[in-house]
Design a protein around this ligand. Sequence first.
Ligand code: SF4
Ligand code: SF4
Ligand code: SF4
Length: 804
Amino acid sequence: MTKISTGKFSLEDLENVQITINNIVGAIETKAEEEGIETGPTPKPGVSGLRDWDYKLLSRYQPVYTPVCDQCCYCTYGKCDLGGNKEGACGIDLATHQSREFLLRVITGAAAHSAHGRHLLHHLIGVHGRDHPIDMGPSNLFAPNTQLVTGIMPKTLGDLEEVVAYVEEQLMQLLSTIHAGQEGSALDFESKALHGGMLDHVGMEVSDIAQVSCLGMPKSDPDVSLAEIGMGCIDSTKPVLLVIGHNVAGVTYIMDYMEEHSLNDKIELAGLCCTAIDMTRYKTEDRSQPRTKVIGSMAKELKMIRSAAPDVIVVDEQCVRPDVLDEAKKLFIPVITTNEKIMYGLPNRSNDTADQIIDDLSSGKEPGALILNFDLLGEVAPRLAMKMAPIRDAKGIKSLPSEEELKKLTSACVQCGACELVCPNNLPIMNAMVAAAEGDITKFEKLHDHCIACGRCDPVCPKGIPILNVIEKAAQKVIREEKGKMRAGRGQISDPEIREEGVNLVLGTTPGIVAMVGCSNYPEGTKDLYTVANEMLQRNYIVVMSGCSAMDLGMYKDEEGQTLYEKYPAKFLAGNLINVGSCVSNSHITGTAIKVAAIFAQRNITGNFEEIADYIMNRIGAVGVAWGAYSQKAAAIGTGCNRLGIPVIVGPHGSKYRRALIGKPYNEEDWKVYDARNGEEMPIPSSPEFLLTTAETIEELMPMIAKNCIRPSDNNMGRMIKLTHYIELSQKYLGHLPEDWYKFVRIETDLPLAKREELLKILEKEHGWEIDWKKKKIISGPTMKLDVSAQPTNVKRLCKESVC
Ligand code: SF4
Ligand code: SF4
Ligand code: SF4
């Protein structure tokens, strides 16, 4: 066995080599200013620019449609019943319409991120100027998605404008194809959706690059501080200023005003959803303690408002409940909207004085105000919170019932079941009502974490029981204990980290990246995230978090009272836990995979999407998990991963996105690629066996993750490690050996060490493989052979020309 400790090399000439390299020379040294760089074939691809690649993906991973509704009401010919293979009046069939629906979700999500990016960029250019340099930390390659897709290597904020313009133009073209009488092919709608997903990651990257470069956010720093998280962290004896949304631009003005006026200790500033994460990133690149608290994910919005704790609510954009103003009004909480995307019909007070606005809102003359002037917002919000707190105290405003009222309300329940019928999580509300009426609130305490606070149950109760308030009242003790820790988003994975870990990922000795992202529509409560992340971390996977998932993970502690963020370090290394940041930081997860191709494999990424996606799909064991995916943005994020060959698993609610992309592991023809060394076909393992699919339970999820991190490039050590986890997780959570484990065995050293003999016996007995028992070697049986120098590719043109 050859061991290389450092150096520059080509994998092509190496066979059965164990490589441990800490410092790969020859990483991408190209700085953006070096104009001479070769550009790949697809800079700024149009809608059909990567269609061939999409068709390759879609031939192995075929769309499976699960219509939520088989009608279409897009135009006045309709509504049309498309059930039973009927065509609509325009001639579209159900599958094509479903793919159109999926595309619509993806581009809506991509538009949300890109519009966020456009807004931030516009604002930050206004403040810092077009020439403000981009600074993402110790990396030369700091805009991997942008460079890959557009061929642009941005150096300044101004350079990002061209990138956003490209994304916007493409999204507009895609949106136009939703119009009646456009595309008639489901597969071409799918290709368009993949295009939209790719654009999404560029839009997200622009957003995060702009804010990290200008707002003092951590730059690829694994040692950023921990933020306090949870409803229990809020000190409601102080005025509480609650911020909800995704676009931190306006909030930074509130934070600065509070700093300048020594209000940090006087006001409790807390956030919900991604704005909350970005608030903890603002000016914490010096590792200072975040000045704000995080309440949690979107599922906490109504719970927080109903607690009556906020004295002022400030909203920006995305995943903000449309009923925030109505709910807040009932509790005399003024609402300030700060972004044109959400205005709630409120008067635009952007040109009024702070005193006028504060008077009108604190007197109740107006329930809220639209303030688009951030300087004004920065002053109004904290001053208003200071003024509102004593006014609301004096009014004795409360929302939740008293102990006595709780008893009365729960006793009024007639067990009609109407609430359970509408509850999206089918929660056992009736049982909890009966128990609480008898003085036992433990059932409600358990139910609280599973309740996503959608509020659907309240209006259907014939007895007028405010069910969500009952749950929240009964769970007060649990809520007080909701005190966790979340590592503030660290930003990108740096080039040096990729140099250190890239090789382990490609050879499989680090078993994979598990990216746990997305929203909080969990099927069985938030603790599932903790269980999955903990299991995978103990098994040395790199677990990467973002968005609502990153927050919810911090809510649970082990027996020693530690959260996973406190327990595991946050470097890009096996067994580490990383919070990259908010939703838009998801671009750094795909960016990491692109960087491995660029830095470790020295592939040119500039305008070279197909080659890099092909590299990632064949070599980088990564699986995305969006366990609580609810939004259109989550559909876009997942689809962007898919175009790069990264598989994504969604929780059971994810089936409502209407389509999955699933391969047929039993169809051997589908699992062949070319060997770029000679152009010959070579079999590959059926992994990833899907690009987008649903898991029903976390017990099913965990072995799926382990299996779908297997890649053709695994060396024997890597395959042994991955197979060990796949088998162990299957036995631990499903109670049996997985049915297909043997399909991933190429040589006896691929087998888990501790079970090698036992598994060899099974191979011989059940699968007819020939075993040399003296040497404990496999003589015949495997359909694939171990050849780590093979160059698997789906793309013919990447093979040596003479042969292909
Ligand atoms: S777009 Fe086509 S299927 Fe939809 S309502 Fe119009 S005619 Fe019917
Ligand atoms: S508020 Fe909670 S209990 Fe009520 S329907 Fe929604 S998830 Fe179910
Ligand atoms: S809808 Fe109201 S009365 Fe009916 S079971 Fe639910 S809580 Fe009880």
